[in-house]
Design a binder for this molecule. Structure first.
Ligand SMILES: NC(=O)c1ccc[n+]([C@@H]2O[C@H](COP(=O)([O-])OP(=O)(O)OC[C@H]3O[C@@H](n4cnc5c(N)ncnc54)[C@H](O)[C@@H]3O)[C@@H](O)[C@H]2O)c1
Ligand SMILES: [Zn+2]
Length: 346
């Protein structure tokens, strides 16, 4: 379990026996294209949930194995270059080829660079349900590369805001402070800050690498409601999580876990106020309670007693409470009413 932050794509010494799986969109960048072509066995994929569909998997696997035959090699290693969907797919391939080949993940989106590339989880979708099948296969290395990540359009950083804010809320107020200095409009981060965010993920992973102790669950902060909104409205994941965090902050304040002043301090600073609509959009609450409870029942941490809901006490301190679904629905109703009253009185 290790990662490096690098300026440029490194020279690969074992390229002749390696398999590279990559997002085809990246070949639009001449420097990346040149690097990709140095691998005799390179396999281009179209990113997204269809790539992760188990029904398509046998075809991919056949083509990958044919590459091996064509080049008369036996793969010794897998490199995966792309966002989270390519990482989940490529990691899964690496975990089953020859009963598990070492893998290097090279994230090309902020979401993958901060989150999905590091955690060892690989996943495929079954019958339209996300991440139903998968393995734990930790990458031997993760390379977080400036040259790769800076090819993203500016709005990708705004879409990842939820994951960065989540990490800061888990990591502490220093991280919140750092976020306020990034250029969210131009989509530019301060590179020297990035490690401190990734470290938060590793500090949790090291305590519970295979999700056996429940400690990894804190990384799902903002995700309970966020996932429902993401699925219902097709929002980008990070944006849905951003709204999920606003919901969780409001609920944490309502429960007197987070002081109203604390919540205010988190959201009153730049960039949140000027770039993001800090009021949860009323439209999000048009999701019916019936539909919401269906989404909540799908939550992997759901049991008879309720959901393992994560609340915020202050930046750097979160707490998990077993919460009946009825309580989540009641809070949903409460926040919806507040928003409606607010708009009626405008
Ligand atoms: N394994 C995990 O722990 C974990 C955690 C969170 C999310 N995920 C998974 O990650 C996926 C979402 O991640 P994502 O948003 O990175 O997915 P993605 O791979 O679908 O990438 C998002 C979009 O960005 C494009 N793209 C990628 N790199 C680019 C670049 N450098 N420049 C321009 N465009 C680029 C892709 O082609 C795609 O259109 C979901 O499938 C989710 O389930 C996995
Ligand atoms: Zn997430």
């Amino acid at each position: 379990m290790s990662y490096q932050v690098l300026a440029k794509l490194p020279t690969i010494r074992d390229a002749s026996t390696a398999l590279l799986i990559y997002d085809r969109i990246l070949t639009r960048q001449p420097a990346l294209k040149k690097w990709i072509q140095k691998f005799p066995c390179h396999y281009a994929v179209q990113s997204g949930e269809t790539l992760k569909d188990i029904d398509n998997f046998p075809q991919h696997l056949k083509k990958i194995l044919k590459l091996q035959q064509k080049h008369q090699v036996s793969f010794s290693k897998v490199y995966v270059l792309g966002g989270g969907s390519v990482g989940d797919f490529g990691g899964f391939v690496a975990s089953i080829l020859r009963r598990g080949l070492p893998c290097t993940q090279i994230p090309s989106t902020w979401l993958a660079a901060l989150d999905s590339a590091h955690g060892g989880k690989t996943a495929l979708n079954v019958a339209g349900f996300k991440n139903q099948v998968g393995t734990f296969h930790y990458p031997e290395k993760v390379w977080v590369i400036k040259e790769v990540l800076e090819t993203q359009p500016a709005d990708r950083l705004q879409e990842a805001a939820g994951e960065f804010l989540k990490t800061a809320l888990i990591g502490g107020k220093n991280l919140l402070e750092k976020l306020s200095h990034w250029d969210w409009v131009q989509g530019k981060i301060k590179w020297s800050d990035l490690k401190s965010f990734i470290e938060v993920k590793y500090s949790v992973l090291k305590k519970d690498p295979f999700e056996k102790k429940g400690l990894r669950h804190v990384l799902n902060l903002g995700h309970t409601i966020g996932h429902a909104w993401e699925a219902e409205y097709g929002l980008p994941h990070g944006l849905a999580i951003f709204y999920g965090l606003l919901f969780d902050m409001a609920w944490s304040s309502q429960k007197n876990l987070l002081s109203a002043q604390g919540a205010q301090r988190i959201t009153s600073r730049e960039p949140w106020e000027s770039i993001f609509n800090l009021k949860i959009d009323r439209m999000l609450f048009s999701l019916s309670e019936k539909k919401l409870s269906q989404y909540l029942l799908q939550d992997k941490k759901n049991s008879k007693k309720g959901i393992q809901y994560i609340f915020i006490q202050k930046p750097g301190k979160v707490t998990i409470q077993t919460t009946p679904i009825q309580d989540v629905l009641a809070e949903y109703r409460r926040q919806k009413r507040i928003l409606e009253d607010f708009h009626e009185n405008l």
